[in-house]
Design a protein around this ligand. Structure first.
Ligand code: ADP
Ligand code: MG
Ligand code: MG
Length: 248
């Protein structure tokens, strides 16, 4: 059954109401991995923001359904409580809040349930080990002074700890070296296996998906999904570029 169903979605940004997404259809079933590729400025991040309910983006037509519920007009915080999760292409730094407290607060916020320190700390330690993150980072302010690669790992840590039903990873692999891509990729796999997650991966990089079982690859150009193929399409595009995939 469908976890996410986007029907004819068009979205605009700003006061000029510049159209960015143009009649996008996308259906993602529970447990699937979908990859979205496309040139810079195509609207990939916008699609993530629209699903998440970022108020800077206006849905001008179409609907978004999550687990059968129309969430098109739902506030962003309510969507987070539906367990939809979006990483940021440029992760924010939050001075004064440790990663440990941020994660524990987030889980409590999203689930509405108290999380015991003991159980949480144990799980955090295991998750950090899995993605080869120095445990000392748990008590550093979130993302402050983190390298690009460390910020990306911090996102995967969120994924492992928050266990969203749907996760959208926006260029989580960009700027990572080969080893870090592998680590991030195994963290993603652990998320999929441990909690039956569902993933939309926005990426320019086939390496991240090599060890993942990708169901569909979508090519987004000028705000439109111009082509959808299977998992192998990712590799093909990395070799040949977007040239063959034009608008209309
Ligand atoms: P991608 O992630 O595919 O690179 P984006 O979704 O970030 O593309 O952007 C798509 C287009 O929308 C770009 O032309 C970008 O400049 C524009 N855009 C995105 N967000 C905003 C915003 N908040 N204000 C103005 N323009 C925006
Ligand atoms: Mg981009
Ligand atoms: Mg983007």
């Amino acid at each position: 059954n469908c976890l996410l169903e986007i029907k004819g979605l068009s979205a605009t940004v700003g006061e000029e109401e510049t159209q960015i997404l143009d009649n996008v259809d996308l259906t993602v079933r529970q447990g699937e991995i979908h990859v979205i590729m496309g040139p810079n400025g195509a609207g990939k991040s916008t699609l993530g923001f629209a699903v998440m309910g970022n108020p800077a983006y206006t849905v001008s037509s179409g609907r978004i359904f999550f687990d059968g519920v129309d969430i098109t007009d739902m506030a962003a915080d309510k969507r987070a409580r539906q367990r939809i999760f979006l990483t940021f292409q440029n992760p924010i730094e939050i001075p004064g809040i440790s990663m440990r407290n941020f994660l524990r607060n987030s889980i409590q916020e999203i689930t509405g349930e108290h999380v015991s320190f003991t159980a949480f700390n144990k799980e955090l330690e295991a998750a950090m080990e899995l993605i080869h993150m120095n445990p000392a980072y748990a008590d550093r302010d979130i993302n402050v002074g983190f390298s690009g690669g460390e910020k990306k790992k911090a996102e995967i840590l969120q994924l492992l700890m928050l266990k969203p039903r749907l996760a959208i990873l926006d260029e989580t692999d960009s700027g990572l070296d080969v080893d870090a891509v592998r680590t991030v990729s195994s963290g993603i796999r652990a998320y999929m296996e441990s909690c039956g997650g569902t993933l939309i991966i926005i990426t320019h990089n086939a390496a991240i998906t090599e060890s993942l079982d990708v169901n569909r690859t979508h090519v987004l150009v000028h705000g439109r999904i111009v082509f959808t193929g299977d998992g192998d399409l990712t590799d093909e595009i990395n070799k040949n570029g977007f040239e063959g995939y034009t608008y209309g």
